[in-house]
Design a protein around this ligand. Structure first.
Ligand code: BDR
Ligand code: CA
Length: 318
C-alpha cells in the first residue's frame, strides 16, 4: 500500500479526495493536515473531520496547519474573480465540533516524515502554505518523500482570476518555494487536466444507488458543489456538472495512468498585479531551466470515474 499524507482545505472537491484516500486499499492514509484556503482554517478543519466521521474513518488523524498564507499577497484581488461563490462554511455532512488530533500540522508533517522508514507520497490539494513551511524548516524531509502530487496551476486560463488557479493564487510565494525546493518527483494536476473530468448529476444518482456511506457522502457534497458551479460565472461545468479537481490527485496516486504528464519548468508569478499567481509552464524550454515539475496536460476521464466508483462501492481491487 502506498503511504500518503493528504493536505487539504476542505472545501467540497477536497471531500471527495479524502473519501478516495480513506477508502481505496492501494492507499494507506497516514493522516490529513489542514490549511486555510477555500475557507478559514477552523472551517477547513471542521469539514475534514466531519467528512472522515461521516464515512466511519475518524481513526485517521487530522492535524491543523497554518491559518494564513506563507507570504501576504501584495495586491487586493481584482474584479475578475471567476469561481468564488461555491464555498459555504460547512458541507452538508456529519457532525460539527469534532476535535483535531493536534493543532501542529506542520510539526506533525516534519516529525512523521523524519520518523518514517518508508517513502511517503505527499498529496496537496490546497494552497501550499503547510508544505512550503515544512520544507523551509526541515529540508531534510524531502528524503522521505517519493512524490509530491499537487492540485494547482494552469497553462491556459485561471479559475480564481483570469490568469491564476485558486491554490497558486492563494499562496503564490509558497507555491514557488515548493517548485524551487528540488523535489525529485513533483506532479501537478493542473486545470488543463482537471477540467477534462466532470462529475454530473447523473453520477450522483449512481453514487446514491450504491447504498454505501462513502457513496452517500460523495453524492451530498458533490451535489452542493455542482449547485455552486451552476451559480458561478465559470465557463467550466456546463450547468449540471463540476470538475472534482482535488480527487484527481488521489486517483493518480492510485493509478498514475489517469494523468497524461509532460515534464516542464514551472514558476509562479508573484510580481504582476494582473497575473499574480499565474503559472508559467515552459513546455518548449525557452528559459533554458531544467524541468522542475511533471505537469498534467490531460486526464483520462473514464479511468477516473472507474476508480472513484470503486472507492464508493467499497469493493476496490487491492
Ligand atoms: C482548487 O481550488 C479549490 O477551490 C479546490 O478545492 C481545488 O483545490 C481548484 O482550483
Ligand atoms: Ca482544495
Amino acid at each position: 500500500r502506498r503511504p500518503v499524507i493528504l493536505d487539504v482545505d476542505t472545501g467540497n472537491d477536497d471531500a471527495v479526495a479524502i473519501i478516495m484516500a480513506a477508502t481505496h486499499p492501494a492507499i494507506e492514509l497516514l493522516g490529513c493536515t489542514t490549511v486555510a484556503g477555500n475557507l478559514s482554517l477552523e472551517e477547513t478543519t471542521d469539514n475534514t473531520l466531519r467528512v472522515l466521521n461521516a464515512i466511519d474513518r475518524s481513526d485517521i488523524e487530522v492535524h491543523t496547519g497554518l491559518s494564513r498564507p506563507f507570504a501576504p499577497r501584495p495586491y487586493t484581488s481584482g474584479a475578475n474573480e471567476v469561481e468564488d461563490v461555491f464555498h459555504e462554511s460547512t458541507l452538508p455532512v456529519g457532525t460539527s465540533g469534532l476535535q483535531p488530533f493536534s493543532r501542529h500540522g506542520v510539526e506533525w508533517l516534519i516529525e512523521t516524515l523524519r520518523q518514517t522508514t518508508r517513502q511517503v507520497t505527499l498529496i496537496s490539494v490546497a494552497p501550499l502554505t503547510n508544505i512550503a513551511a515544512a520544507i523551509t524548516v526541515a529540508p531534510d524531509i524531502l528524503d522521505a518523500i517519493d512524490e509530491v502530487v499537487l492540485m494547482g496551476g494552469a497553462s491556459t486560463f485561471g479559475n480564481r482570476t483570469l490568469a491564476a488557479e485558486f491554490n497558486m493564487f492563494t499562496d503564490a510565494v509558497a507555491a514557488n518555494v515548493v517548485l524551487r525546493a528540488g523535489i525529485t518527483r513533483l506532479t501537478m494536476a493542473a486545470l488543463d487536466a482537471t477540467h477534462e473530468v466532470l462529475v454530473s448529476r447523473d453520477d450522483l444518482h449512481r453514487y446514491r444507488a450504491l447504498g454505501t456511506r462513502a457513496g452517500d457522502v460523495a453524492a451530498a457534497v458533490t451535489e452542493y458543489y455542482i449547485d455552486g458551479y451552476e451559480a458561478s460565472v465559470s465557463p467550466v461545468g456546463a450547468g449540471s456538472s463540476a470538475p472534482p479537481h482535488d480527487a484527481l490527485c488521489v486517483a493518480y496516486a492510485i493509478d498514475p495512468k489517469v494523468l497524461d504528464i509532460t515534464e516542464a519548468y514551472v514558476e509562479v508569478d508573484t510580481v504582476s498585479p494582473h497575473n499574480y499567481g499565474r503559472t508559467t509552464v515552459d513546455f518548449h524550454g525557452y528559459r533554458g531551466e531544467p524541468a522542475n515539475a511533471r505537469f498534467a496536460k490531460h486526464a483520462d476521464s473514464a479511468r477516473f470515474h472507474r476508480i472513484l466508483d470503486e472507492c464508493l462501492r467499497g469493493t476496490c481491487r487491492a
